[in-house]
Design a protein around this ligand. Structure first.
Ligand SMILES: NC(=O)C1=CN([C@@H]2O[C@H](COP(=O)(O)OP(=O)(O)OC[C@H]3O[C@@H](n4cnc5c(N)ncnc54)[C@H](OP(=O)(O)O)[C@@H]3O)[C@@H](O)[C@H]2O)C=CC1
Ligand SMILES: O=C(O)C1=N[C@H](C(=O)O)C[C@H](O)C1
Length: 292
């Protein structure tokens, strides 16, 4: 393996975490250039590697550099952990420049994201969660929904997610898992409007108190992780309130997503190298096909 990763979204929290994971991984290097947000251009250093950052207005210059420095197919994979408002523009840019990419950024217009990527013929892994254990849970719930759809008919679904107060959007993981759980309650037409029912906890006092009185069901967040955590609680409750099922995943810190993102990039480089017919993947594909 001789793979370079362009870490788009530096110097953000996930960008730094993934860049470090890439540098640690054997056979992987960090490309010395990447995309950043407006007004954030310049240079950043990660574990001794200097990365030149290109603002949105300088994207074409960055694409030119990428093609010059890594002309061989599959020798460069982009990883995108930027901002919900950047998702669609960045996907168009990857497609137009035929740059394989891992899209970890949540939000944006997801249908358009998949549409543009498929049309471009670019190789991509797109997933709202890169943590292997959460991906396995997602796959299991999807399987359960397909085998026993409607087995929770009449049950009410409630979802609470708590993240660092700087998070811009409702959790993409919570949206994806809710869609699977809705199939169990026989509401397969769960739509974007239904995502509004997901309760977001962003207030630090509520987080320390476990959601507070308005968001019961969320676990208390340790103070050290107020700046970086992802706590999700999904509950299915019978109509008479006598039966309740809960699924809960609480992650402190970000390292688990970082390792999964590098796994996804390595997986994608191999798919490009093999000129695989399937071009667009999710993390369930990566898990099932032995990428992690
Ligand atoms: N799939 C997964 O497993 C996970 C997904 N995420 C998702 O990753 C995303 C980023 O999270 P996080 O790192 O915490 O956020 P941060 O805000 O810490 O970092 C985002 C970075 O992206 C930069 N940015 C903004 N716009 C652009 C752009 N157009 N092009 C390139 N860079 C840009 C920001 O710059 P500026 O500060 O100037 O805006 C910032 O440096 C979120 O959508 C989050 O939900 C997070 C964790 C796990
Ligand atoms: O912003 C985050 O931090 C996270 N975002 C992803 C999401 O929106 O689901 C994954 C995880 O929850 C962390």
């Amino acid at each position: 393996m001789n793979l370079a990763i362009m870490m788009n979204g530096l110097p953000g929290a996930m960008g730094r975490e993934i860049a470090s994971a890439a540098i640690r991984r054997e056979g992987v290097t960090l490309a010395p250039f990447a995309l950043t947000g407006a007004g954030m251009g310049g240079e950043v250093e990660v574990d001794g590697v200097t990365v030149r950052l290109y603002e949105p207005s300088e994207k074409e210059e960055c694409a030119r550099l990428a093609k010059e420095a890594y002309p061989e197919a599959g020798s460069l994979v982009c990883i995108d952990f930027t901002h919900p408002t950047a998702v669609n523009g960045n996907a168009e840019w990857y497609g137009a420049n035929r740059l394989p990419f891992v899209m970890g950024t949540t939000g944006g217009d997801r249908d358009a994201l998949f549409g543009v990527t498929r049309e471009s013929g670019t190789y991509a892994v797109i997933a709202p969660n890169m943590a292997k254990q959460i991906v396995a849970l997602q796959a299991a719930l999807e399987q359960m929904a397909s085998d026993f759809g409607g087995s929770f008919e009449g049950y009410a679904l409630s979802v609470v997610e708590s993240h660092q107060s700087t998070k811009a959007d409702t959790s993409g993981t919570a949206k994806a898992v809710s869609t699977s759980l809705a199939k169990l309650t026989n509401e397969p037409d769960f739509t974007a409007d239904d995502y509004a029912q997901i309760q977001r906890v962003r207030d630090t006092d509520e987080q320390l108190a476990g959601g507070g009185s308005s968001h019961r069901g969320c676990s208390p967040v340790p103070e050290a992780f107020l700046g970086g955590h992802a706590f999700h609680t999904y509950a299915l409750t019978s109509a008479d309130g006598n039966v309740e099922f809960q699924f809960r995943h609480n992650v402190c810190g970000r390292s688990t997503y970082a390792e999964g993102s590098v796994d996804a990039a390595v997986f994608l480089a191999k798919r490009v190298g093999a000129a695989a017919e399937q071009r667009v993947y999710d993390m369930v594909d990566v898990l099932k096909m032995g990428g992690i």
